[in-house]
Design a protein around this ligand. Structure first.
Ligand SMILES: [Zn+2]
Length: 404
């Protein structure tokens, strides 16, 4: 590489390219970047000119040219800034004061990450440390998604997602109407979700019409406290999931009590009770019917399971309430403590079950988030940095625009 032939590729003010050469035996090229002495150095914080305090040199990575890794040897001076009353690094147009890569290399790395390449792959491709790539990508995402956008929110879905083994959760807030991930916070407690509503502008808060959530007290309390006018809508999926646990416990109890044919039939019957009738194969249906013929309690819970989903089918609150009352009546008649307890739980949450008639919304929209998590975990360097992870999720689920 001949001296100065590359100068036009470094069109930066306040500096001069004084030397370019390749490093023997490697695919690296050194470019020396020196201050253009016609200019006074400026402070990287305030932009005011200052007096030179010390001369320092450092290496900065730039975009590769012609297969060569470009190393800029930059004379980066320190100045006494009278405005800041401090010794500062001078400001240069092509690199941040503390960065080890040029702005254009950072922009390229961020673009590759945005395109869906993993941090590891981008790091390998650009011969950078993965931590550097992650820092670059995070800074770019922070600029684009760091601020919560509260515009046009009317209906929300709030749910938790598990991010690590054990009990590590994040709370996700979705704009129900566009599918946009509005906000993510660590944990699933009162303080977590309060932080979201607290920063919400008052006029937006007052305009929230409905929020789909699980029957999880911290979320219920937050909606009631911050958006008292909003309808809480409980999600069927979570209720079915909770009732499936009740079904399984009672089925196990009945198995332990049973003898003879019923005991044989109940062996390995867990999924017959959890799956929908329509999804069972013929043999499964026959086995289930035989079980139900032999055991009244299991017949009742199977019927309750079916009825439960129908409560969410109604558009008229009166009918939904009637169906809910019937459900609770049957559960109480059976008298099993777990069924009675479940009925009481449903009655306590009746308001949010009935409001589904008015707002047909549910948290299953958040399943999209769960599906993306695995992919994002792989490309985003694991869950070491949950802030970075949250930014990647927001980037991956920007929602459709309101015109669509
Ligand atoms: Zn300054």
């Amino acid at each position: 590489m001949s001296t100065c032939s590359l100068a036009s590729f470094f069109p930066w003010r306040r500096v001069r390219i004084t030397y370019t050469n390749t490093v023997e035996g490697s695919r690296s090229a050194i470019v020396r970047v020196e201050p253009d002495r016609r200019y006074r150095p400026i402070c990287h914080v305030c932009g005011k000119p200052g007096a030179i305090h010390a001369h320092t040199r450092k290496f900065i990575r730039d975009l590769s040219f012609g297969g060569f890794t470009m190393l800029l040897q930059v004379e980066h001076r320190k100045i006494r800034c009278h405005h800041c009353r401090k010794v500062r690094v001078e400001g240069l147009a092509f690199v941040d004061a503390s960065a080890r890569v040029t702005h254009r290399l950072a922009a390229y790395a961020a673009q590759l990450c945005k395109a869906g390449l993993s941090v590891e792959v981008v790091a390998r491709h650009l011969d950078l440390d993965p931590k550097t790539v992650k820092t670059i990508d995070k800074a770019a995402l922070q600029a684009e998604f760091g601020q919560t956008t509260y515009d046009n929110l009317k209906r929300l879905a709030i749910d938790e997602i598990a991010v690590k083994k054990g009990h590590h959760y994040m709370t996700v807030v979705l704009d129900y109407d566009t599918g946009r991930v509005v906000w993510m916070g660590k944990g699933r407690q009162n303080a977590t979700i309060d932080a979201f509503f607290e920063a919400m502008p008052t006029e937006v808060r007052e305009g929230i019409a409905a929020v789909a959530i699980d029957m999880w007290e911290p979320y219920i309390n937050a909606v009631k406290r911050w958006c008292p006018q909003a309808d809480v809508v409980f999600d069927l999926f979570h209720v079915v999931k909770a009732f499936n646990k009740v079904i399984d416990n009672i089925r196990n109890e009945e198995f332990r009590k049973a003898g003879g044919d019923l005991r044989e039939l109940l062996k390995g019957s867990k999924y017959l009770f959890l799956k929908n009738w329509g999804n069972l194969k013929r043999e499964g249906r026959v086995q289930l019917e035989e079980i139900l013929n032999l055991n009244e309690r299991l017949t009742t819970i199977y019927w309750l399971k079916d009825l439960l989903a129908h409560i969410w089918d109604y558009y008229y609150p009166g009918w939904a309430m009637k169906m809910l009352a019937e459900w609770c009546e049957v559960a109480r008649q059976d008298g099993h403590p777990a069924l009675v307890k479940f009925a009481e739980m449903l009655e306590r949450h009746e308001y949010g079950i009935i409001s589904h008639c008015k707002h047909q919304i549910h948290t299953s929209k958040l399943e999209g988030v769960n599906n993306k998590i695995k992919v994002i975990k792989r490309i985003a360097y694991g869950f070491h940095d949950l802030d970075y992870f949250a930014l990647k999720v927001k980037q991956a689920l920007p929602g459709r625009t309101s015109n669509n």
